[in-house]
Design a protein around this ligand. Sequence first.
Ligand SMILES: Cc1ncc(COP(=O)(O)O)c(C=O)c1O
Length: 420
Amino acid sequence: MKNESLQQRRLAASPRGIGVACDFYAAKALNAELWDVEGRRYIDFAAGIAVLNTGHRHPRVTRAVAAQLECFTHTAYQVVPYESYVSLAERINALSPGAHAKKTAFFTTGAEAVENAVKIARAATGRPAVIAFGGAFHGRTLLTMALTGKVAPYKVGFGPFPADVYHVPFPNALQGVTPDDSLQALQRLFKFDVEPSRVAAIIIEPVQGEGGFNPVPAALMQALRTLCDEHGILLIADEVQTGFARTGKLFAMEHFGVVPDIMTFAKSLAGGLPLSGVCGRAEIMDAPAPGGLGGTYAGNPLAIAAAHAVLDVIAEEDLAGRAQALGDRLKTRLSALRPRVPQIAEIRGLGGMVAVEFNDASGAPDAEFTSAFQQRALRSGLLLLTCGVYGNVVRFLFPLTIEDAIFEEALDILEASLLA
Ligand SMILES: Cc1ncc(COP(=O)(O)O)c(C=O)c1O
């Protein structure tokens, strides 16, 4: 099989709306390495878009899935339940921030988790409105698209969107938007557009993912908690991209000393199998009536088995500590390059959730340089993803289980590609 002929078949068989980053086709992958159908090797710093904190085919994960395959692959939890779902919910309830009673429901995709979090918040409060942030990414379904704070390419041509979704600016030091600006925008929203007593929830990513790996300033997160408490609004933390040790803690909210009412998670939960979830205060989670939540595949047993193994690996291999250590190494290496790469405007991130932003000499976002750097790295065998509202950020999503030697090799490619 050749990449070129597969590329022609892809273009003829699947729509261009599914934008594809690479023009080669996967044949095999292990931990942080991936080989294409022609045998070419890549170091994978994309990790299936933040899904593989435990790497490709971690032996613990593949063993757990293989064992589950021998038992049953699907019963529909709503028809015939299974213990592994219950025990995974118990584990997430115990591990997520806050000592209060919690309940967890599982779904399949991140967008589905966010949709359900909003449904639950509306059912619990009896209120319709939801506030999200500019630059946020919450998914591609109609409601999550409405919550997403970036027009192109996500929303173009897809409206009308569900009503009662509002946005306020996300703080961004480089662009001169302060946490106070965000809080003032919320107050203006309450004055001009929607009274706080109609707002069910404020949803926020603790570190914006697609938006550019921007951590929420702790002061803003704390102020949001106070504001929510004042008005009976629920705080939803969207941990779909930040969860499961990426930021140096199991959940990014642990960095802020703020407990959300509801949390969504997906991606690295199940090591490559599709699984997402919503965890929240028990009384809030119980607001929807029986039958109001669920989905045919929600909480698939193979994915649940993988998730148990992922949680074991994160604890036993101290992947939170490893995320911090690898993130620090990457930041040090990037910082040393700063004098020789004037386009570097900022190196930022939390733990292993690190990104570098590029501007041109006038201080404007330099998407062209960003893309050229990404392509140079790819040609040298390092797979990187961009992000950011202006497409001028490269984010690093290496498996946290990556071998030291391969991490160093990747940093060498990164350096050469930046200096080329
Ligand atoms: C923070 C956040 N929420 C939700 C989603 C949507 O997840 P999915 O693509 O699994 O629907 C994503 C995906 O990137 C995300 O980063």
